[in-house]
Write a protein that binds this ligand. Structure first.
Ligand code: BGC
Length: 725
């Protein structure tokens, strides 16, 4: 449809019809204008696949059987692959399934930065580094939107905790905002060309993000040129006039009083009373129509999509495989070598738990989910025996949002109530449950003594990695530290697998464990991938997208800044989030950002600067060689960090500016070319109000994690460079 046609449509629409197009008229849908052939906009969660269908006006699952979908790896899992192609494939599957289920907009991806390991929604996000987020979010969006479905990148912005999420007011410096919290969104808009952005629940500098003048009007639209729609988070709007004037296009919420939404009757009245020009409404409608047009919703052929495609499962398996991070492997305990008669004991609640139905709005009614226990048994073969001991029972609180709960009204019905900020659906551990857990632990330890190998699968679950609530501590729940310590004594050949969406405390046993495998909510094939890795069918290649700290006391947002704060929260650590802090201030960690081992070994050598900057442009190409020096095919991720030798401002010691995952057969060498432009050398200069690379010396550091730099070269920038924000 031409622009002129869209203008004609706008002229024909009545005020009521226009208002109906810019607020929810069902829980996940706006209203159609049938007489003009304008369809409703149908949205759906979420980041790990297309959510089950709910009633139009109530948070009651429809109970269909035809809304089971592929359960995709979480964004943290995807981030751990460091694989741009897999980000595209994942997006493509998400978009295709959303379209196949008749949706127009999928409420994904979530890309808020991991500021604290305790944030309940970390599992939905992509770790602690803005460059990694930016590189992955662009292909993810392109994959989604290739299917005539809009992404809805969330939650804009500085939405880094769940505690008081509906009201907390974030204080953060301009520098940290532009260097850390905005780049993922900027890349989503400018390079990914995302058609929609979701405003966050929280406040930023005193104004709710869903109608925040600075974020939406100035940064998103004026500075970045965003021409898509801004959708509110569900119940994130608090003021009609601010919503009208500060850049929001569509208001959604969790309640069924649709006419009483801030952008419903109240907005109509504001127009009638002359407080809001009708042209303001027209502008919002224009954006909605323009997005609909780009999705081929108004005329033309539209892609039909499909879901639960068998070939896509193979792709999701590949994402799950590449997401597994091997962190420790003393004496080459892994991969496990099976022999006839071998006894393998699997321990841990997470080994036998399906996770898809938990987490909040990221829940999935999965077509199926292969648990770690199933995946291990599938790969172990019939010559060995695999037995299982639970070790601890995570149902102690009885409040994990599981299959059974799927029949009941969703927690989301009460998600705007004050108590929802804290623990609306989590209970407490009773004495009886504690006794039961002790018994389970004793049984597991006794069984461990008789096994040849123990595989422990613990970590967190969606009682902890969940929307609406942050964790209170880094320590593993359900007394797992004690259990793991006993298992390691009972059987030193205990392989430890942590299945989690966030960093967990491991200090009490990590030095005694021979192995550590970190895996995530890795989708329907997650357990399968884990089994393949443990038995060596697949070589691990995941890298941590976040630092694993020793204790919460060492985490900068908790010590230099505040977490979770009170009515407001001050990001006092500024740009020193994650490795930017640990690395600069030499604070020890358990495992560094970017770290991950392989069953083979790699040499990274011959760093060469091919061309240098000239006066006009910074255009540096480096080449580096990677060799697989071991006996198994594998993949290594070459990481390029920049260090500035100039002292006009304090900068993190190293900042990730490029990476490249190379797949190498045994003995193979590949040469990799990486380009860096001026933006790679910049920091955000608050006075100049732009990114700035000062002339002087910089080191280009090449390694395979932030704490293992293998090669370095210096370059000189002969001029200062500015890069717009
Ligand atoms: C979440 C969003 C989600 C929306 C709709 C909110 O509670 O914050 O991420 O898309 O609900 O379910």
């Amino acid at each position: 449809m031409t622009k002129e046609k869209i203008e004609e449509l706008i002229k024909e629409l009545t005020l009521v019809e226009k208002i109906d197009m810019i607020h929810g008229n069902e829980l996940f849908r706006t209203k159609a204008v049938e007489r003009l052939g304008i369809p409703a906009l149908t949205t759906s969660d979420g980041p790990m696949g297309v959510r089950q269908d709910y009633e139009k006006t109530k948070w009651l699952p429809m109970g269909f059987t035809n809304d089971k979908t592929s359960y995709l790896p979480s964004n943290t899992a995807l981030a751990a692959t460091w694989n741009i192609n897999l980000a595209f494939e994942t997006g493509n599957i998400l978009g295709k399934e959303a379209r196949g289920r008749g949706k127009d907009m999928i409420l994904a991806p979530g890309i808020n930065l991991q500021r604290s390991p305790l944030c309940g929604r970390n599992f939905e996000y992509m770790g602690e580094d803005p460059y990694l987020v930016s590189e992955l979010v662009v292909p993810l969006i392109k994959g989604i939107e290739k299917n005539d479905v809009s992404s809805c990148v969330k939650h804009f912005a500085v939405n880094n905790q769940e505690t008081k999420r509906l009201s907390v007011d974030v204080t953060v410096s301009d520098r940290a905002l532009h260097e850390l919290y905005l780049p993922g969104f900027k890349a989503a808009v400018q390079k990914g060309e995302a058609k929609a952005i979701m405003g966050a629940y929280n406040k930023f500098r005193g104004q709710h993000c869903c109608h925040n003048d600075l974020l939406l009007n100035k940064i998103l639209r004026e500075e970045w040129g965003f021409d898509g729609v801004v959708v509110s988070d569900w119940g994130g709007v608090h003021d009609t006039l601010e919503a009208a004037f500060h850049g929001l296009d569509i208001e959604m919420s969790v309640t069924d009083d649709f006419d009483h939404y801030f952008m419903a009757n109240a907005l109509k009245l504001a127009v009638e009373e002359g407080k809001v020009e009708e042209s303001v409404i027209d502008e919002k409608v224009r954006r909605v129509l323009s997005v609909m047009n780009r999705l081929n919703m108004l005329d033309g052929e539209r892609k039909p999509g499909s879901y639960n495609n068998i070939l896509d499962r193979e792709k999701l398996l590949q994402v799950a495989r590449e997401s597994v991070v091997l962190l420790k492997n003393d004496n080459h305990l892994l991969p496990l070598k099976t022999k006839k008669g071998m006894k393998i004991l699997v321990v841990g609640d997470n080994a036998n738990r399906t996770q898809a139905t938990g987490g909040g709005s990221a829940e999935i009614k999965a077509l199926y989910e292969i648990t770690p226990l199933l995946g291990i048994a599938m790969e172990a073969g019939g010559n060995v025996t695999v037995t299982y001991e639970q070790g601890y029972d995570a149902n102690t609180s009885g409040n994990i949002w599981d299959e059974e709960h799927q029949e009941k009204e969703s927690w989301q019905a009460v998600s705007l109530e004050e108590s929802a900020d804290k623990s609306n659906y989590h209970g407490t551990v009773t004495e009886e449950m504690e006794t039961k857990n002790k018994e389970l632990a004793v049984r597991a330890v006794e069984a461990a003594k008789k096994a040849d190998v123990v595989i422990y699968v613990g970590g967190l679950n969606h009682e902890h990695d969940t929307e609406g609530k942050d964790r209170e501590e880094l320590t593993l729940p359900y007394n797992q530290d004690e259990l793991i310590n006993h298992l390691l004594i009972a059987n030193p050949n205990t392989v430890i697998v942590m299945l989690t969406g966030s960093p967990v405390g491991m200090n009490q046993w990590i030095h005694k464990a021979k192995t550590l495998v970190y895996s995530w909510y890795a989708g329907m094939e997650g357990g399968h991938a884990l089994g393949e890795i443990l038995f060596g069918k697949v070589n691990p290649s995941g890298k941590l997208p976040e630092t694993l700290p020793i204790s919460i006391e060492t985490v900068p947002s908790h010590t230099l800044g505040e977490f979770p704060g009170g009515d407001s929260v001050n990001y006092g650590e500024g740009v020193f989030v994650g490795y930017r802090y640990y690395d600069t201030y030499h604070v020890p960690t358990l495992f560094s950002f970017g770290y991950g081992m392989s069953y083979t070994s790699f040499d990274i050598k011959n760093l060469k600067i091919i061309n240098n900057s000239d006066i006009e442009n910074v255009n540096i190409t480096i080449s580096v060689e990677a060799t697989n020096a071991g006996k198994m095919p594998g993949a290594e991720t070459i990481q390029v960090y920049i260090h500035s030798h100039n002292n006009s401002v304090i900068r993190p010691d190293k900042e990730l500016r490029a990476f490249h995952k190379v797949f190498l057969k045994e003995g193979e060498t590949q040469s990799v070319l990486i380009s860096l432009d001026a933006s790679a050398f910049t920091y955000f200069d608050e006075e100049k109000d732009c990114f700035f690379a000062e002339k002087g010396t910089y080191s280009i550091l090449v390694g395979n994690c932030v704490s293992n730099i293998i090669l370095s070269e210096k370059i000189e920038l002969k001029e200062d460079y500015t890069v717009s924000k």
